[in-house]
Design a protein around this ligand. Structure first.
Ligand SMILES: NC(=O)c1ccc[n+]([C@@H]2O[C@H](COP(=O)([O-])OP(=O)(O)OC[C@H]3O[C@@H](n4cnc5c(N)ncnc54)[C@H](OP(=O)(O)O)[C@@H]3O)[C@@H](O)[C@H]2O)c1
Length: 150
């Protein structure tokens, strides 16, 4: 979202209370993800949106997101791969992802300039990986979990 805003896109985030403030702070129009989401998004965009990225936990979000765009393939999900197959939505699946190592340097540069950040919730020594994994699975991490090596 931060990168899309910097490239001049209008970004509409559908979010809950947890992240609404942080998303507004980096330039998104924010609306709730519950009932009426499709109508609120289309009103904010003045019509269908060009692309939708589903970064929510698996929660049956995809049918609604498909209704915010012109065609199902304009939606990319990071989480609901079963529904993606059924609906014709694109999916970013672990090993199938074409990893773009070539863009990482650019993102690091933006970070060093204070124009891009990854929210880190907690840092663990590598030997505490099990605690980190449990926190990740709990859905309560509230940011990235970093394992420190050495
Ligand atoms: N494919 C990949 O490369 C990749 C990478 C990272 C993560 N993932 C997947 O992405 C999903 C999200 O991961 P995460 O770590 O960000 O999870 P998370 O921290 O558990 O995200 C929870 C947040 O999602 C919000 N939310 C719940 N349902 C929503 C909906 N329908 N629309 C919009 N927001 C919704 C909640 O809002 P409130 O609680 O405030 O109501 C909560 O703040 C997981 O399924 C994870 O496995 C995939």
């Amino acid at each position: 979202m931060q990168l899309a805003v910097q490239r001049g896109a209008q970004v509409i985030a559908t979010a809950g209370e947890t992240y609404s403030g942080a998303l507004r702070a980096v330039g998104a129009d924010v609306t709730g993800y519950g009932d009426g989401m499709v109508e609120r998004v289309r009103a904010l965009a003045g019509g269908p949106v060009d692309l939708a990225l589903d970064a929510a936990p698996v929660s049956n979000a995809l049918p609604g997101l498909v209704r915010t765009v012109k065609a199902p393939e304009h939606v990319l999900t990071l989480s609901d791969f079963a529904a993606a197959d059924e609906l014709g939505v694109r999916a970013s699946v672990g090993t199938d992802t074409n990893l773009r190592h070539d863009v990482l340097g650019g993102y690091a540069q933006l970070a060093s300039e204070g124009r891009f950040s990854v929210p880190v919730a907690r840092t663990f020594p590598l030997e505490d990986w099990r605690t980190a994994a449990e926190l990740s699975q709990s859905g309560q991490a509230r940011g990235k979990l970093v394992l420190r090596i050495g």
